[in-house]
Write a protein that binds this ligand. Sequence first.
Ligand code: PLP
Length: 422
Amino acid sequence: MRFENTLDFAKSLDAKDVLKEYRSAFHYPQLNGKEVIYFTGNSLGLQPKNAQTYVDEIMKDWAQLAVEGHFYAKKPWWDYHERLAAPLAKVVGAKTKEVSVMNTLTVNLHFLMVSFYRPTNKRFKILCEEKAFPSDQYMLQSQAKFHGYDPKEIIVEVKKREGEHFWRTEDFIAKIDELGDELALVLLGGVNYYNGQVLDIQNITRAGKRVGAMVGWDLAHAAGNIALELHDWNVDFAAWCSYKYMNSGPGNASGVFVNERYLNRKDIPRFEGWWGTQKDKRFLMEPEFEPMPNADAWQVSNAPILSLAPYLASLQMFEEVGMTALIQKQKLLTSYLEYILTEIDKEVDSTFEIITPKDRGCQLSVFLHGEGRALFDYLMAQGVITDWREPNVIRLAPAPFYCSFEDMFEFGQILKKGILTK
Ligand SMILES: *Cc1c(COP(=O)(O)O)cnc(C)c1O
């Protein structure tokens, strides 16, 4: 498609957008009486308007039924979490039984490592990417220490090549092959939080499995953003948060994927609790743990129903729209943003360098050479909510559910003005 940097053209794309009605299904922060242009759906998604209804339902059931709500609420609480598994499985390309919702992301990665990082004298190394998200680094280091290792001796980082802003799949595979039977675990971010790169989950997983390692993925920036086929790609395990592209609300519960080959097994070590045991026996209070036949076996505590309510509300929308339509719009919207940046770049003396490679979801990370924090402050003051990383990188994530093509055009105009009037 030939893009144009005009309001009319942006509006014509909006008119054709099959998701255009979802724009009014979200709450937008306001600045100077106008809805903001929201580029930080990669950090915290906007609130779907139906979230309130779902939360109110729980509050009402709690008020009217109290403990009886566990079994007699409209959506009973004791297995409320099961309602999330089927729609979530579609988002990540899994069988329903391979998906569950529990805890928060880093907590779940720790729990999953209990099961899937089982170092031996021979096989003990962990492969991750250079400068992984800090929480993942702390998690891996503390797991290493927990098993009695010096993290420096067992954590192997795959680096970007000199002068390049992205990782190469062949470098992951070469390192996996080099570590071979010393490699216990590959744990990587599916979409990198900094440069927005989508890693080749399928081929990296294949390489890891070929040398006999476990392969897990942190999908914080991937779930609800890119096409995932976790089951078909033979991933061992994965976890993601729900408050970024999945719009479930701040700090909300995480989703997990456990490959079906690990289900129904008592020989896999897990940190266990009563919500992971067979649900028909849960209230018999017997001493023997019988794992649920699905990923719920990794559930430890009873579920935080008030958190799951807005998550379920959001999943209802993913269910209605489907990932195919969402990704289709995402590709067009991000390409349009890329085009707008290129056009504005020609009109100003600064230079923009998009460091996000073509393997991407909705995020573009951009070096604004010649600019500083003042530009970011200007954008924020004009109602463009974005995210600044020192020295001069902005991350722009136009989430397809609620960002419009007109937003991209308007952003371009504000950016240009911010640069020209400094
Ligand atoms: C956002 C993010 C997290 C956040 O972890 P929480 O446990 O939910 O606080 C972890 N890993 C990555 C890669 C992230 O982008």
